[in-house]
Design a protein around this ligand. Sequence first.
Ligand code: ATP
Ligand code: MG
Length: 434
Amino acid sequence: MSKLQSIKGMKDILPADVALWQHSEAVMRTVMEAYGYREIRLPLVEKTELFARSIGVQTDIVGKEMYTFTDRDGDSITLRPEGTAGCVRAGIQHGLFHNQQQRLYYLGPMFRHERPQRGRHRQFHQIGAEAVGWEGPDIDAEMILLVSRIWRELKIDEIDLEINSLGDHDARQRYRKKLVDFLSRYESQLDEDSQQRLKTNPLRVLDSKVERTKTIIAEAPNILDSLDSYSRTHLDALQEYLSAAGIQYRVNSRLVRGLDYYSQTVFEWSSSRLGAQGTVCAGGRYDGLVEELGGKSTPAIGFALGFERLIELLSSRANEMRIDVYLVILGSIAKRTGLVIGEELRDAGLNVVSHCGESGIKSQMKRADKSNAHAAILVGEDELKSGTFVVKPLRSGREQISVTKERLLEAVRDVIDRSEVEENKPARSVEFNG
Ligand code: ATP
Ligand code: MG
């Protein structure tokens, strides 16, 4: 029989990688909470209409990337391609935005039927945040500070921030016209995708990665020259706040977002270490969306950060789970004592891997070494008779010692502390410092 495989573009996250996912999730949740963001948990499927109305029919996502099905009741439903639409839908539905301001975050899988490649999958994961009810630019700055703190906490430094402003609705229409006039003169020289976008979503042409199109775009009118005065002041204030907070950034007037609902501030972090899919986090202001989805006109801003690209940035680090002790257990009588010792060490907060199954001391010691544990404890019949146990440091050349059961914990802690000092690691912290 042929073996079944996972669906193209949908990846398993294997145990060896999960520690890194959990670590970054925990760090990001802590940072969110430090800024007063509260988690909201949302369905993975929504009515197709929600995405058509919010993201925009002419966008890549709605036009060709959505997983849309007719369910058994004949309703058109879609696996969520992003989180903002569902979050805003839920906020309106439950009255969360009614005379209130909300800082919300969510995380989980998103689905887009794209061409799978490095940094681009069909099921991928995002953590996203939405601040609803503030006009900014202070909240815009705060959000950028929040993401910058995530990079700092995760010790990611090769990452660059770009910001831009798309202006208000009228400014965008004015610019759109200028841009279409300009690009139409070079239509035949544009790549095929951009020719298409020129008709449907011309601002997106600015986003093209195709060299010959990029050469033309370099000469295109600058969106910042079309800004309305409110948006200009907003952008100036945002820049002032960022500079005051010591945040490095670049204004990139070609930066646009692929979704229709954005206005004014847009921002993006990217890393040159990720190849063609360099953007790790992107967001912006969407002042028109709440009203568009049936709520009262409410300003809002949000971002989404892609886990897979983040994990790729982190994965050059030691991504192994922390193991303190490997229990080497010899013979069936020793099993009982071994199980009990394991439990006692875990009660004291240590991570312990206990050898299960029958094998000789050589092969168990090999596994102990491979486990990357700090120490091995030998539990065999001799130890049971003498009442003393051998503690063998695994990460340093130190001598093994024999201790009574009562002194085991102390001895193991000593081994861990010494090897952490030698490896120059902060004691008892999670090990992701690269
Ligand atoms: P891109 O230009 O890379 O397609 P986008 O503009 O479609 O990005 P957003 O919708 O703003 O992306 O999503 C925010 C983040 O989510 C991206 O910066 C990226 O980290 C991640 N992301 C988006 N699409 C995918 C995907 N198909 N696979 C993995 N991560 C993704
Ligand atoms: Mg995309």
